[in-house]
Write a protein that binds this ligand. Structure first.
Ligand SMILES: Cc1ncc(COP(=O)(O)O)c(C=O)c1O
Length: 416
């Protein structure tokens, strides 16, 4: 048996060229070069199936939802609520009433931080980590300002993992909330959230997991994780912008006050007083992002038709190839070398500012993110003005990784 057939029998195959054909945006030239899109951590691209689902929603069934007045309204409501059920199944949540539509991860975290205010008193502590995105820092700082509670960051190890000794030492009777990212948008580190939630529960701590960078790479199981809240944005999961998800435990959602007031979220309104709708509608004031919900449902269906374990092997192969090529660029350092990472690489190159790296790569048709990546406390920790970040999706190829490094070698040679 030759080695190629051994590899075929031991590793699931992922047909990257076939999936690339599903993403029309990828087959274009940028600055005269074929587009190499490596900014998936900021926002990924949409497959034809999502574009078509949204197009046919608007062409064939658009109307407002939950009005029960006519046929189009019923169709729109079915499509909208059908998408909620797809999200419920995607997260393995017990019921669809636990799935609340938001504008994205940021709004979902703000909603929870707003809703938990009554449960905090001065001196209480909210544990985060030094690797959080601003979206999982600032809402908690605002909550701390309102309540007299304190935001306390868990420290990191030098390679960019959470320091579990720091976590253990910070968990105390003062801790009320743990808000932690599942995957770091800068370091790529996959955090041991199940273990962290279990420890937090033992102290009666409310837990929120920011899944924004996790869901594009693997499917979380909120029931197994036993977290109180899990949040993510559709636009990183190959779905539309403008919609995201808050999953929550029923008893906590029931105990939280509404987020915004208006139509949809009420049961009865009078000038003597208003009563609120049941879950999930209590948190969904106003006309929701119906077409976007339909698009997210289509993205989840699209992913369900792919072999996600083969996809993971292919994605890990991209990171492995990138790691192999790092020594080929003199002065290049990877920021975040955790053992358990998603395919994402933040880096610096001696003598080059990150924003110059981004501009020079763009001239080669290669899109990466540069700057503080919405994680200023982490940049401060590493003493960096910012980084460049290549973040891969399942539709990226080994050749694209090689193109990135060939471009970096040239940039380093000419400009560093
Ligand atoms: C880890 C993490 N959390 C939160 C966010 C915020 O997501 P959004 O801007 O979609 O609300 C991001 C976006 O990059 C992120 O990477």
């Amino acid at each position: 048996m030759n080695t190629a057939s051994v590899a075929q029998t031991t590793q699931p195959l992922f047909d990257v060229q076939a999936v690339r054909g599903d993403f029309p945006i990828l087959s274009q030239q940028v600055n005269g070069k074929p587009l190499v899109y490596l900014d998936n951590g900021a926002s990924s691209q949409r497959p034809e199936a999502v574009l078509q689902a949204m197009d046919s929603y608007y062409r064939e069934m658009h109307s407002n939802v939950h009005r029960g007045a006519h046929t189009l309204g019923d169709r729109a409501t079915d499509a909208f609520e059908g998408a909620r059920i797809k999200v419920q199944q995607f997260l393995n949540a017990a019921s669809a009433q636990q799935i609340i539509w938001t504008r994205g991860t940021t709004e979902a975290i703000n909603l929870v931080a707003h809703g938990l205010a009554a449960q905090l008193k001065p001196g209480d502590e909210i544990l985060l980590s030094q690797m959080e995105h601003h979206a999982n820092i600032v809402p908690w700082q605002m909550l701390a300002e309102r309540t007299g509670a304190k935001v306390v960051p868990i420290e990191l190890t030098p390679n960019g993992e959470l320091d579990m000794e720091s976590y253990d030492s910070l968990l105390s009777e003062r801790t009320r909330i743990l808000a932690i990212t599942h995957v770091s948008n800068v370091l790529g580190t996959i955090n041991p959230v199940a273990e962290m939630v279990a420890k937090a529960k033992a102290h009666g701590v409310i837990t929120l997991i920011d899944g924004a960078q996790a869901v594009p790479h693997f499917q979380p199981d909120v029931t197994a994780l036993d977290c109180d809240f899990y949040v993510f944005s559709a636009h990183k999961l190959f779905g539309p912008t403008g919609i995201g998800v808050l999953y929550g435990k029923v008893e906590l959602l029931e105990a939280m006050p509404p987020w915004q007031g208006g139509g949809e979220m009420i049961e009865k309104v009078s000038f003597a007083g208003t009563t609120y709708n049941t879950l999930p509608y209590k948190f969904e004031a106003g006309t929701p992002a119906i077409g976007e919900a339909v698009g997210l449902g289509a993205a989840i269906d699209y992913l369900a038709n792919l072999d996600r374990s083969a996809m993971e092997v292919a994605e890990n192969g991209l990171l492995q190839r990138a790691n192999e090529l790092v020594p080929s660029v003199p002065g290049m350092t990877v920021i975040g070398t955790a053992a358990n990472k998603v395919p994402l690489m933040s880096f610096k190159i001696d003598g080059l500012h990150p924003s110059d790296i981004g501009t020079l790569l763009d001239q080669q048709g290669i899109a990466v993110r540069t700057g503080h990546l919405c994680a200023m406390p982490l940049m401060e920790l590493y003493g960096l003005p910012g980084t460049a970040r290549a973040s891969f999706a399942f539709y990226n190829t080994q050749e694209e990784v090689e193109q990135l490094f060939a471009a970096l070698q040239k940039i380093q040679r000419l400009f560093a």
